[in-house]
Design a protein around this ligand. Structure first.
Ligand code: TMP
Ligand code: ASP
Length: 255
């Protein structure tokens, strides 16, 4: 059988060569990892949900004129994407204190930040993705000053859109992480959104109850991760074919 060439395998996704030059196929796995993969489990159906949720968000961003690598969804677990040169930064946008900023700065989780805050981490598993400043980024040549400006402008536009989108379905966008890439079109290069936006890469809290609807359920051993991701998909109006609701009470004992 003709197998596609595997270009890269990450913790939650695999990239294959695409059907045309300049394209790749991104496959969403069911693997859930945290703490730089020290914690690892297979969560049935997570890849399908993240593929659909990320498709939904990237399509909306493309429609708004915010360029992303997303071209189209191919099947339950795969999407066709534009090949980009990934900028080795995790760009975190925070609206509410949670996770590492709460620990680092001693702010109680759930505290609204005075304004949205952007942080950069250097993508390097062997160093546990350390937080870095713009000085580090330009000095070591990971991105130019102009690219940092472009990334920040992109991050702010995405945050504005996502806050409104989630708020409309009763979800508070606490924080999220994006990755950007350089997309080459002839002689021009543009910084566009790459990777994914899903409950793996966001903190999403129910507006009324503050219930966590994201990967913190896995990181913090709370259980109910897949149900939370399904609820996010359901509220966004995304239909998931592989996870039909079970009708009725299940098997019935025949006397
Ligand atoms: P943090 O509070 O642990 O720094 O996480 C901030 C946001 O970034 C949160 O929404 C989770 C997301 N994130 C990732 O997507 N990948 C990662 O490796 C980490 C550490 C965080
Ligand atoms: N993505 C990271 C890991 O795989 C950490 C995280 O999301 O918390 O370990």
């Amino acid at each position: 059988m003709n197998r596609r060439r595997r270009i890269y395998e990450g913790k939650a996704k695999i990239l294959y060569e695409g059907p045309e030059p300049g394209t790749l196929v991104c496959h969403f796995k069911d693997d859930a990892t945290a703490f730089n993969a020290k914690k690892h489990e297979i969560i049935d159906g997570k890849g399908v949900l993240n593929n659909r949720i990320s498709e939904f968000i990237f399509t909306a961003l493309n429609d708004l004129g915010i360029q992303t690598h997303f071209i189209k969804r191919l099947n339950m677990r795969e999407q066709l994407i534009k090949e980009v040169e990934i900028i080795p930064l995790e760009v975190i946008v925070r609206n509410v204190a949670a996770g590492s900023i709460a620990k680092r700065l001693g702010i109680e989780e759930g505290t609204q930040l005075p304004r949205s805050v952007i942080e950069f981490c250097y993508k390097m598993d062997s160093l546990d993705d350390p937080m870095v400043s713009e000085e580090h980024i330009t000095a070591f040549g990971w991105a130019s000053p102009q690219e940092i400006d472009d990334i920040m402008a992109l991050a702010i536009r995405i945050n504005d859109f996502l806050c409104g989108m989630f708020r409309a379905v009763g979800i508070r966008l606490v924080d999220f992480k994006i990755e950007c890439g350089r997309y080459f079109e002839g002689d021009t290069m543009r910084v566009i959104l790459a990777d994914e936006i899903s409950p793996d890469s966001c903190r999403l809290w129910d507006i009324n109850t503050n219930d966590k609807m994201d990967k913190d359920r896995f990181r913090r051993d709370m259980g109910g991760m897949i149900e939370a991701y399904q609820e996010v998909a359901k509220r966004l109006g995304i239909m998931i074919e592989t996870t039909p609701e079970r009708k009725g009470p299940g098997p019935v004992l025949v006397k």
